[in-house]
Design a protein around this ligand. Structure first.
Ligand SMILES: [Zn+2]
Length: 285
């Protein structure tokens, strides 16, 4: 992922190629092609938004929708680490104009953005989904909730064997002091740009994508590696169980010797032993 600042004009561009990250998300969640595209776009969108964060902060993008995928979540942190979840991974719909029909897989609904900025309360913003195509929805969110004027383009290309061959996106952030001429110029450039997946399939990196889209001289301000990473641990699972309360934990103890908990972001399985449950409730079981 790179962030660039255009010379002599108040424009910031961010672009990202996250094919490996989205392929990992696909294989963990076993998504079918239309779901892979929708999921990948939310993952990529969360990573693009994470470029606005400072050290220690994270951002979550959540889509709750009427379309068959029902819910998609992606959480990205300041360091470019992302994890995600999709409620209905086995969705594949008929192609629309030869493309994966993300708009139909998502449909109507709400886009939530939750930012953990290290303050007491997280910041939560939401907008109704405009197209369900995710890129435009994120741009709409930025304009409506954060007064950020931006164009967002996201794309995921799925191979015949269902693997993700290309994934990425860009965000062109136009600062408020921008003159009309530059705004029009950028709108024209973004509108006329090829799908980001064709650039990635041709081997373009994030900097080259911005070069092609902006066609303006710029300086690279930041470069970051991105990865699929879930910070779950046995300790956190035990904390979550502890928060259930004593009555529920005693019920679990009555049911059997061990319980098994799967992390819904990475599918890691934690087998919690009876003695661990007993130590949480602090008794003899
Ligand atoms: Zn996990």
């Amino acid at each position: 992922m790179v962030k660039v600042i255009v010379r002599e004009r108040p424009v910031v561009g961010i672009a990202l190629v996250d094919t490996e990250t989205v392929e990992k998300a696909r294989s963990i969640h076993d998504t079918y092609p239309t779901a892979s595209a929708a999921f990948g776009r939310v993952v990529t969108g969360a990573l693009l938004l994470s470029s606005f964060l400072e050290e220690g902060q994270k951002v979550m993008v959540q889509v709750i929708c009427e379309g068959p995928v029902k819910e998609i979540v992606a959480e990205a942190d300041w360091a470019g680490r992302v994890r995600g979840y999709i409620k209905r991974p086995h969705i594949h719909l008929e192609l629309k104009d030869g493309k994966l029909d993300v708009g139909r897989a998502v449909g109507k609904g709400t886009l939530y953005v939750v930012k953990d900025l290290g303050l007491k309360e997280p910041y939560i913003g939401s907008v109704p989904l405009q197209t369900g195509e995710i890129g435009y929805d994120l741009a709409y969110y930025l304009a409506a909730s954060e007064q950020i004027n931006a164009a967002v383009s996201l794309g995921v290309y799925v191979e015949k064997d269902n693997s993700v061959r290309a994934s990425g996106g860009f965000l062109i952030h136009v600062l408020p002091e921008m003159d009309e001429g530059t705004v029009e110029y950028l709108e024209r450039r973004v509108k006329a740009s090829r799908p980001v997946t064709s650039m990635i399939l041709e081997g373009l990196g994030p900097e080259e994508i911005l070069k092609e889209v902006l066609d303006l001289p710029f300086d690279v301000a930041e470069e970051k590696k991105v990865s699929y990473h879930c910070p779950c641990s046995r300790e956190r699972v035990l904390d979550a169980i502890a928060s259930l309360g004593e009555k529920d934990i005693r019920e679990l103890l009555e049911k059997g010797k061990t319980i098994s908990v799967s992390c819904h972001f990475c599918n890691r399985r934690y087998r919690i032993r009876r003695d661990e449950l007993i130590s949480i409730v602090g008794g003899k079981g």
